[in-house]
Design a protein around this ligand. Sequence first.
Ligand code: PEP
Length: 249
Amino acid sequence: MSKIVIGNWKMNGLQSSVAIFRSILEGYTPERAAKSELALCPPATLLATFSSIVAEQSSPVLLGGQSCHHHAVGSFTGSVSAPMLKDAGASFALVGHAERRAEGEDDEQVNAQLLQAQEADLTPVLCVGERQAERAQRQHHLERQLTRALASKPSSLAAPRASRLIVAYEPVWAIGSGTMPSAAEIASVCRSIAEQVQGLVPSDTRLEVLYGGSVSPANAADILAATDGVLVGGASLDAARLLAIVDAA
Ligand code: PEP
């Protein structure tokens, strides 16, 4: 199966960053595209612009949102919903990123966001991971996050539907820190996540488990060999570094 590399620009990027995006598109040649999928999650303000450029160039680069609200529409000032992301050209949505959880989003909201993403025909990228202080209880912590995020809802929204689901294992202590678990540890955690998720979603779900946290061109090959792909923050802001990670797939 080909790998997937997802870049998360976080709260970085202005109209002047279009040049970086154009360099990424230019460098994502058919040879690279044959080896791995590449998706980028810019800030919501740039999604529609990037989407027009992708269309104009018929580029295979995919776009995603960095989060979506747990409601589809309504009086939620400042929020962006899953249908809005879809409308702006996204085909993915991150949900439950550690930086959103740190802002107060809880498991129940992450669950509703995931269902909203699926409802809007976006592939959810469910982010889970333990904080430094939770490392000794990692297994228990991940099981709880996964069970809650993938719970079905008795209300209007259905249980997580058969489709593509991406789970990103992102130890909170590894995000932006330059430190990370060993590749062997990452492989073992991703395997155990896959086993657990398979028991929580329909059997025909296409599941991929990625790793995220301080991925760089220097460590990408080892991590990509141990996973279905990577979620990349800081290094995705530089076209050459992002493409070097794609090359490591
Ligand atoms: C992230 O934002 O999900 C992330 C993994 O960031 P970084 O690659 O900068 O650690």
